[in-house]
Write a protein that binds this ligand. Structure first.
Ligand code: ADP
Length: 459
């Protein structure tokens, strides 16, 4: 069988090989997952709870080697990798807790004259087999966000992890099995998106698909998937509004955290900073020293603040987009250079033309754009002037401004006095417009991964 080499984005070394799965492997996984779905459905809920809780503990016990693998596979810093392992453990723990509370309710049939004389209820049943496709940027926690709720709700799962980061997903599958998950309940098919991924998307016996990845791929999936339920978590182009009453120190700290975490490769990275004209200079004074202080380099080094981009092409792309924006009139405040094959300096650009590619598209790179505005109305219009609608933020001490932004910005989450990079694993998370369909967040994903069944007794 063909193999895919997994590369360390910082050193360029090969760190492992995985099978290049095909439609036949997906077919085999579906056959086996049918039995897995039967077993999961039959498993008492307390057993599912116990398996997920044990896996959460095991992740914590194995945190250090898992974090090193994550750093090697993604190029994110070791500190970021440790935080991701801890987060994955929290997600599985939440899934185990929520699994205890997955229930329906009674239905008051006698509240309508036409249905009186009946008693009944609805229950949540597992959908059966969940197909999950995941990206490379947060390859453990985002897998946990799909696999945890799916298993907690009593489903079997077929996971197609990103081709760049399959090793950490295989580790999570091993841990779940070691913690008592039935063999047939979780199948990891490694491979490329257009091969193994597409076979999973189009398989008629996979009734539910959950995908996190790019907008380009995600938007094609409903048509490819045909008649099945689908959850999509796609990209973003997150705005944060800085008003004159904002705490600029807090805002600057947030922008650095949210703009350069995982080298800007998060769908909720701070990308567009919309600053009221009167505070542009003051914000720049707070922001630039903090950006320049970031230590960029070897992700394994405990002192490194920002690691690499996922591959050379990502670096080529940001280089091109920044140069293009500058040729169109943007001012470079800091950064703007390539520091290695996959390392790009944390970059801040001012006055980027609104139509520049880096302002319109998802940057997915360590680049923050400062864009001035005059009135809050302009700022909200600018925030909404994008195909995306994932997270947004506003820094203000004015309650009315905060509430207006919260109401008028079209997004899954509006963060007041925080950057849009904020996410809690227990909240409903997902996008409006082309940022996605449906919601994740453990309880919400679990609800999506169940079917309601009504049982009615005629008395
Ligand atoms: P990125 O460009 O950030 O790598 P992608 O959307 O290409 O994002 O990848 C996210 C996930 O989707 C990966 O697991 C990838 O293999 C998978 N994928 C890519 N193309 C397809 C496709 N045509 N059908 C199904 N899955 C795909």
């Amino acid at each position: 069988m063909d193999a895919i080499a997994v590369l360390n984005p910082y050193t360029g070394e090969e760190i492992g090989r995985v099978p290049r799965g095909t439609a036949r492997d997906v077919e085999r996984a579906v056959q086996a997952a049918r039995e897995g779905a039967r077993q999961m459905r039959a498993l008492p809920q307390h057993r599912r709870v116990a398996i997920l809780a044990a896996a959460a503990q095991r992740l914590t016990a194995e945190a250090e080697p898992l974090a090193h693998l994550l750093t090697a596979e993604t190029g994110k810093t070791i500190r970021e990798a440790r935080a991701e392992v801890a987060r994955a453990a929290t997600i599985l723990q939440l899934a185990s807790e929520e699994a205890r509370h997955l229930h329906g309710e009674t239905i008051p049939f006698d509240a309508l004259p036409a249905t009186e004389g009946r008693k009944g209820f609805y229950v949540r049943e597992p959908v059966g087999i969940v197909g999950a496709i995941t990206p490379w940027n947060v390859p453990l926690a985002l897998v946990a966000h799909k696999v945890g709720p799916a298993l907690g709700a009593g489903n079997a799962v077929i996971l197609k992890p990103a081709e760049q980061t399959p090793l950490i997903a295989l580790q999570l599958a091993r841990i779940l099995r070691e913690c008592g998950l039935p063999e047939q309940a979780l199948h990891v098919v490694t491979g490329y998106g257009e091969e193994a991924g597409d076979a999973l998307v189009t398989h008629p016996d996979v009734p539910f698909l959950t995908f996190t990845g790019s907008r380009e791929v995600g938007m094609q999936l409903p048509a490819r998937a045909g008649y099945k339920r689908i959850t999509l978590e796609l990209g973003g182009n997150s705005p944060v509004i800085i008003t004159p009453s904002a705490d600029l120190e807090q805002a600057a700290e947030g922008i650095v955290r949210g703009g350069f975490a995982v080298a800007g490769q998060l769908c909720i990275s701070v990308q567009r900073v919309l600053v009221q004209e009167s505070v542009v200079d003051a914000l720049i004074r707070e922001l630039l020293p903090r950006v320049r202080a970031l230590r960029v380099g070897d992700p394994r080094d405990e002192h490194t603040d920002m690691g690499t981009l996922i591959h050379r092409h990502a670096c080529d792309r940001v280089e091109r987009d920044v140069q293009e924006a500058m040729a169109a009139g943007a001012i470079l405040l800091t950064g703007g250079q390539r520091l290695g094959p996959t390392l790009y300096a944390p970059t801040v650009l001012q006055n980027v033309p609104r139509q520049a590619r880096i302002a319109v598209e998802e940057a997915f790179a360590p680049v923050v754009l400062l864009m001035p505005y005059t009135t809050l109305e302009d700022a909200i219009a600018l925030a909404n002037a994008t195909a995306y609608g994932l997270n947004a933020g506003i820094f203000t001490r004015d309650l009315e401004e905060a509430l207006t932004a919260a109401q008028e910005i079209v997004a899954g989450t509006v963060c007041v006095n925080d950057v849009p990079t904020f996410r809690s694993d227990l909240m409903p998370y997902g996008g409006r417009k082309q940022s996605g369909l449906g919601r994740e967040g453990v309880r919400f994903a679990m609800e999506e991964m169940t079917e309601l069944k009504v049982v009615s007794f005629r008395l």
